[in-house]
Structure formats: C-alpha cells, structure tokens
Ligand binder design. Structure first.
Ligand code: RB5
Length: 142
C-alpha cells in the first residue's frame, strides 16, 4: 500500500516511528514532513497529505499532531477525505470497516508508540465492509 504521512512538531517523533514501522512492513511511504521540532502549522501538512490521497497518488494518509485533533479537523474539510482520530485499535478497525476512513489521525502527545503502532497496524490491515456503509458514506461525501 502507498501511504502519505505528515505531522507537525507535536507529532514528528511518532510520525517517524510510524514511518519506519510501515516501511519495515513493506509499504511505500511518502514522508511529507515536518522533519524537525521547530513550530509549524499543522493545516499545511494536513492539506498536503489529503492532496496525495485525493489525487490518487497515495491509497491512504496518516497525520500526527500533538492531539490529532487539529489534523482531523483540517483533513475533514476536504470533500472525499474521511479522517478518523483514533486512540485505540477497536475504533481504528471500525473506522475502516464502517466508515472507509482514508486518513488516520493520531496524537503524538496522547498515545505512546506501542499502542500507536497497534492502531496503525489494525487500521492499515482492515478492509471496508461496503454494503449499507457505502450508502451512508455516499450521503455525506458525494
Ligand atoms: C501544537 O502545539 C498543537 O496545537 C498541535 O500539535 C495539535 O495538537 C493541534 O490540534
């Protein structure tokens, strides 16, 4: 799978941990920054990752900021992006099965690396169930 990943300064450490994990799993990962702890504006990175997903260059996106909140708000402004802010694997699984989430958001100051990688692993591996869930998604993302 080809995955675009981005963060702000609050999420850069976790972003790099996820990046290495996904590469080890054999995924192609496009790192859109940031790449240091200098203060940056998270919407810039949310927009870049969403553009890669909406443009078809990447299958899915992952965004990390301090809480995951700003990234999820910014990402969900894009029509066609269904961004899910997850702190545990069950929600991550359901965000794929029921909501066909195409962007995963995480909080680098909220969740530790071990749990974050479980969330990422579950989210990447889970397929959309379709059926009635497709009808519901179509009701808000024409
Ligand atoms: C940056 O300090 C912080 O506001 C940002 O990482 C994020 O948590 C916003 O939602």
């Amino acid at each position: 799978m080809k995955i675009a990943i981005g963060s702000d300064h609050g999420g850069v450490e976790l972003k790099d941990t996820i990046l290495n994990f996904l590469k080890e799993q054999g995924h192609e990962v496009v790192d859109l920054g940031c790449n240091c702890k200098d203060s940056v504006d998270y919407p810039d990175y949310a927009n870049d990752v969403c553009d890669k997903v909406l443009g078809g260059e990447c299958n899915r996106g992952i965004l990390v900021c301090g809480t995951g909140m700003g990234m999820s708000m910014a990402a969900n402004r894009h029509m066609g992006i269904r961004a899910a802010l997850c702190v545990e694997p069950f929600t991550a699984k359901m965000s794929r099965e029921h909501n066909d989430a195409n962007v995963l958001c995480l909080g680098g100051r909220v969740i530790g690396p071990g749990l974050a990688l479980e969330v990422v692993n579950t989210w990447v591996a889970t397929e959309f169930a379709g059926g009635r869930h497709q009808r519901r998604i179509s009701m808000f993302s024409s």
